[in-house]
Design a protein around this ligand. Structure first.
Ligand code: MG
Length: 260
């Protein structure tokens, strides 16, 4: 009995020793840490099953609806010409090699809702499987990728602030299934000389699950680089990335947030 209790106490202590650093790790999970950009050694975020996809949720009454399954009137190509992507089945699909889709309006601080699905047919691996991206202000990428059983560098998987912050967990649904992002974005602030007064901040729910918790972006997102901030207007268009995969989007709306 005593022996069993001793074993139990030892086990509890061992468990506590294991749990305490784990808890600390979790608290630090949103730090950049010392990981090199795109490190494959960085721990893979734990997988969380978000449950099945749902029909699109209707936008709230004060939303600016950017795409409701109809036309692309609120969008354009990068060069200003009409939006080149295809609308089908209530969704807009990336037309590979046509460039990003850009909103005609500009936005600063926003709450954004957007739904997306990677191609049902699985092809490629890592970054070469259903890659696209949601660029706040056309500069700060929230990665879109088929991250269902598709390991890649954690700062480049679905829900990552590309090249900066892996998601807290991998809340991905499978290929061909609709997924949601709900984002709270605060634009960076610059003084009149262009110095950073406050970095951009992002909170993201992926399929309703918290994956980015008020992280401070280091600057623009980029491949194999973390460039510094460069002063830009307070409002800029939202863009969706053409990464040459036929990813689909639907039910896109924003709520503009006041300066608070
Ligand atoms: Mg991308």
């Amino acid at each position: 009995m005593t022996f069993a209790h001793g074993r139990l106490a030892a086990a509890a202590l061992a468990l506590a020793a294991l749990l305490l650093p784990a808890a600390a790790d979790r608290a630090d999970a949103q730090d950049l840490g010392d990981w090199p950009i795109h490190s494959m050694d960085r721990p893979q975020p734990p997988v969380v099953d978000p449950g099945p996809s749902q029909p699109p949720t209707p936008p709230p009454s004060d939303a600016v609806v950017l795409f409701d399954g109809g036309d692309l009137a609120r969008w354009r190509a990068e060069d200003g010409s009409p939006a080149p992507w295809r609308v089908a089945e209530g969704a807009v699909e990336v037309a590979p090699h046509t460039g990003s889709l850009v909103t005609r309006d500009s936005f600063g601080d926003v709450q954004l809702h957007i739904e997306w699905r990677t191609p049902p047919r699985v092809e490629g691996e890592g970054q070469e499987r259903g890659n696209s991206g949601v660029y706040l202000m056309g500069i700060y990428e929230l990665q879109v990728l088929d991250s269902h059983e598709n390991p890649t560098y954690p700062d480049g998987q679905a829900g990552a602030i590309f090249g900066q912050y892996p998601p807290l967990v991998n809340a991905s649904r499978g290929p061909g299934e609709w997924q949601t992002y709900d984002v709270v974005f605060r634009a960076p602030r610059f003084d009149e000389q262009g110095a950073v007064l406050a970095p951009a901040r992002m909170t993201v729910l992926h399929n309703g699950i918290l994956v980015q918790h008020d992280v401070a972006l280091t600057g623009p997102t980029a491949f194999q680089a973390r460039p510094p901030y460069s002063a830009h207007p307070a409002r800029l268009p939202l863009t969706l990335q053409d990464h040459e995969f036929p990813v689909r989007y639907r039910n896109i709306w924003v709520r503009e947030l006041g300066d608070r």
